[in-house]
Design a protein around this ligand. Structure first.
Ligand code: ABU
Length: 349
């Protein structure tokens, strides 16, 4: 259902009041089937052996993850946020894919424009169409919205040099645009991004060309040899307050960006450990920074993560807790599992 008072896509930042959002669904999720070099570059080394072609995640894990996603979606609806969900029961095993639980990796809203990722991992090539094609079709009925679908030339399977050589710190070359949208974070007309093992310079230039007029990307210098997604590295809690992972980025690097001048920049003060059960197959343990801010006053945090909740509250936030450890296990937290479609804007249009 389209609310005709606002475009069905309009969001410029990570903290303004959230009005409309996509929440993912896991489906019959599988360990992503990417080339070994890509998996070794990005995934926790002690879990690399799990990444075998056509290997589904344990069904009990997925059942619990789906229940957490459903609870999260219901909680957002109860907060007055319009929630879009993809179809249930997608069998990712059949299509040699991964999951529909992490839509932030593949879709980014900027003003009235929704940009589809040009994924580096070919097992994700059709993820957005399969899980989100119907929602994109519905959003596209609003003539004020621009949806930029991935063009076929970006499907070229050319990102790994055949001789295994690398001319950069990253496993992928620059032969075609590659980017996951989770490598970008919106701060109004400036978008901070990172180069990573899934985002190359051609991908950054593609995103820059896709942005509405007046919006620009700046590349944040991160210290993360396994970089893949910026959304456990920096988290703006509200305008003027950002928390960051000091293992991955320095205050000095952040302050090189004009948009963060005069911001209160707080290093995350804890050293989280990976839970024993369920484990984190695909991420660092810093998922507390992968939070969803509802309106610059309220943030959703994982129900068992009391130390982070207390810390965010000491920074003036109200924490809404939600169980999400089984979703965490298959690849991310609240930020990864969502795409904000409409937020009240900080930018004048
Ligand atoms: N995809 C979010 C997690 C990123 C990280 O492990 O740092």
């Amino acid at each position: 259902m389209i609310n005709h008072s606002l475009p069905s896509v309009q969001a410029d930042d990570e903290w303004s009041p959230l009005r409309s959002v996509i929440v993912g669904r896991a489906g019959r999720a599988c360990f992503p089937n990417a080339p070994t070099a890509m998996i070794e570059a990005t995934m926790p080394s002690h879990h690399v052996h799990n990444f075998k072609p056509r290997r589904p995640f344990d069904q009990k894990l997925i059942t619990k993850a789906e229940a957490e996603l459903d609870y999260f979606a219901a909680m957002l609806q109860a907060e007055g946020v319009q929630v879009y969900r993809p179809p249930a029961g997608v069998n990712w095993l059949d299509v040699n894919g991964y999951t529909g639980a992490m839509p932030r990796d593949g879709l980014m809203s900027v003003q009235n424009t929704l940009i589809e990722a040009c994924f580096a991992w070919s097992c994700r090539n059709h993820e957005i169409e399969i899980a989100y094609g119907t929602i994109l079709g519905e959003l596209a009925r609003d003539s004020r919205v621009t949806i930029i679908r991935r063009p076929p030339y970006t499907l070229a399977d050319s990102l790994l040099d055949e001789d295994g050589s690398k001319s950069s710190p990253w496993v992928i070359n620059n032969s075609r645009p590659a980017f996951d949208t989770a490598d970008f974070m919106r701060f109004g007309k400036t978008i901070l991004g990172q180069l990573s093992h899934v985002t190359n310079q051609a991908g950054v230039e593609y995103v820059q060309r896709s942005l509405p007029a007046g919006y620009k990307i700046e590349i944040l210098e991160v210290n993360d040899p396994h970089a893949m997604h910026i959304d456990a590295t920096i988290l703006p809690l509200r305008e003027g307050l950002l928390v960051y992972n000091p293992q991955k980025v320095t205050e000095e690097a952040l302050l090189k960006h004009e948009v963060l001048a005069n911001w209160d920049l707080r290093p995350y003060p804890f050293t989280p450990k990976e839970p024993e059960d369920p484990v984190l197959y695909m991420t660092s343990p810093y998922l507390s920074l992968n939070a969803l801010v509802l309106d610059g006053k309220r943030v959703v945090v994982e129900a068992s993560d009391q130390q982070t909740a207390k810390w965010y509250e000491s920074l003036g936030m109200k924490c809404i807790t939600c169980p999400f450890r089984h979703v965490n296990s298959i690849g991310g937290s609240f930020h990864c599992a969502t795409v904000d479609l409409v937020r009240d804007s900080t930018v004048k249009h």
